[in-house]
Design a protein around this ligand. Structure first.
Ligand SMILES: Nc1ncnc2c1ncn2[C@@H]1O[C@H](COP(=O)(O)OP(=O)(O)OP(=O)(O)O)[C@@H](O)[C@H]1O
Ligand SMILES: [Mg+2]
Length: 176
């Protein structure tokens, strides 16, 4: 993480398809979710994004790991949809939620607010935050204690895809 934060790492930024990354998540985490009798759903995605696949997969893995760990009833959904020049990747859970006063602090190293049995090292979300800074990804959190949480990441679309979307939007507005 020190390397991530120091700016000494320069991850390769490439265009890639998100689906293979989602497939990896499904294989890695599906059995965990099902082992807890949680609903588990990863929605398919045809989009291509411009980012670093290794770092992005690590970030998503940390979010999904938390979602499963802090949920005992209901389920976890990983969804994705186009939003302007970005792909909005979201990890939803119906778990214990996070009190509003902790929404910023959960991203700090070693912060853990969960009951003892659930505790990890407190390094998952700091890695998400550092990775997001490095990749220029916006991360947001919505959560209601006792209801669940949703972590969202806005990932830039692959260049061709973003340009094509703008062209389609422009042609619609010229018709309207
Ligand atoms: N989806 C979630 N639902 C409820 N609480 C969460 C969720 N995600 C994170 N938290 C809270 O934020 C804290 C920090 O999360 P983070 O991923 O950084 O650490 P961790 O999961 O405790 O440990 P590690 O990820 O290092 O194994 C958690 O301990 C928990 O209190
Ligand atoms: Mg974690």
């Amino acid at each position: 993480m020190a390397n991530l934060d120091s700016g000494s790492l320069h991850p390769d930024i490439i265009d890639f398809s998100v689906q293979s990354l989602l497939d990896d998540l499904d294989v890695a985490f599906g059995p965990l979710a099902m082992g807890k009798a949680l609903r588990w759903d990863v929605t398919p995605c045809i989009a291509r994004v411009r980012s670093n696949p290794v770092l992005l997969e690590r970030m998503l893995s940390n979010l999904v790991d938390n979602a499963i760990r802090f949920t005992s009833v209901g389920g976890v959904v990983v969804s994705s949809r186009l939003s302007g020049p970005s792909l909005l990747l979201q990890v939803w859970d119906t778990g214990m939620g996070i009190a509003p006063q902790y929404h910023e602090r959960v991203f700090d190293a070693f912060f853990r607010e969960a009951p003892d049995g659930n505790r990890g090292a407190g390094l998952g979300l700091p890695i998400v935050r550092s990775g997001a800074r490095m990749l220029g990804i916006d991360v947001t959190l919505r959560s209601v204690p006792g209801r669940g949480s949703c972590f969202s990441m806005r990932v830039p679309l692959a260049q061709g895809a973003a340009v094509r979307r703008e062209a389609v939007a422009a042609s619609f507005s010229s018709v309207a």
